[in-house]
Design a protein around this ligand. Sequence first.
Ligand code: PGA
Ligand code: ZN
Length: 433
Amino acid sequence: MKITSIKAWQIFDSRGLPTVEAEVTLANGVRGRGITPSGISTGQFEALELRDGDPKRFRGKSVFKAIANIQNEIAPALYGTSVFDQAVLDNKLIELDGTSNKSRLGANAILPVSMAAANAAATARNEPLHAYLGEGKGTLLPVPEIQIIGGGAHANWRTDVQDFLLIATGARNLEEVLEVTHNVYHAAGDILRSRKKYFGVADEGGFWPEFERNEDALDLLVEAICRAGYTPGREASIALDIAASDLYSVEKGRYLFNLENREFTSSEFIGVMADWCDRFPIVSIEDPLADTDWDGWREIVGTLGSRIQIVGDDLFTTNTQRISTGIEKCAANAVLIKLNQIGTVTEAIEAIHLAQSAGWQSIVSARSGETEDAFISHLAVATNAGQLKVGSFSRSERMVKWNELLRIQRDLGARAEFIGFLKPKQVCERKKK
Ligand code: PGA
Ligand code: ZN
């Protein structure tokens, strides 16, 4: 089934910023669509997001160059290509761009075409996207990691730590996860309202209160879990995304908690997190250190890696070369997967497979600037990735992903599996089997 046309337009993401939508049409008239999300706490090793930079148009944020690249270069290059071989198609895109970080055409030109082609292929085969992408082998429903409080770059730095998340560690199925999350999320809102600290939500839908210390958010989370009637660490546990690259001052060579006027060396910063892990029911920490601090990553894996999940997001940027280095160095035990960090569907799937082959967990993730597209819910199931992180439990650009998971579960029927959150030791045991 051949591609006969590719078109692209500027549309808008959940922050109201321009982004790219592409549409692939096949010889039989079937169409597929892809939309690029956009991060704000982006890693320096990510594939390039091409913005026009013209202050007179959309404050420099328009994406007309990326759209022109789709129309003038990508469309003619893919014309007549079979849509059913995603890897061949994505390789053509990578070669056409010719750079190591997709900086010529822009990852925001390449990715929507890659996603649109996968969607068109699935429709042409009359299969749901997860079945097409996973060749029918994807049956594992991912455990949601759901933000309750947003901080960092997503919340005007109300806290230094970026995400305070909930993982329903005791849930036996997806419905229970969503029920626990619903109850804790709204309990947190009630507590904030009663303290006159309810100021709405941050970019990913998590609450955006005022705190004096980062730790106060951990206290609130524990309180909300209890208020909802659950036992912290049993039915519901905590995950953090420190997004530490944003907290690292190259000039000072220190990690900064500006909220608390505190500075830390790498080892001291690890000490803060080890202390939090002793006092709070934390099961996962993402980006605990900066994306250049490999020694710090090795140290934290040595200290906490057998107890909790240590996730590389900015450290790896969904890049198999960086993940391979991380595996060699034992610098983490889990990888965050973001489609637009690397720029094609095939490369994101390869990154998940690499993590799985090393016995690492993979967490498919949205961006802070999201859209109505639920591609990543399908990607998580297709690859048996195990976890899904899409922000909070409010706002439709987030809920669409959770709702789509419920639809995928219905679609899989008796084949759907749910194994819940696995601790590092359980991950190893599962791999040995
Ligand atoms: P971003 O943040 O999408 O703004 O980069 C998400 C994350 O750090 O996980
Ligand atoms: Zn992150």
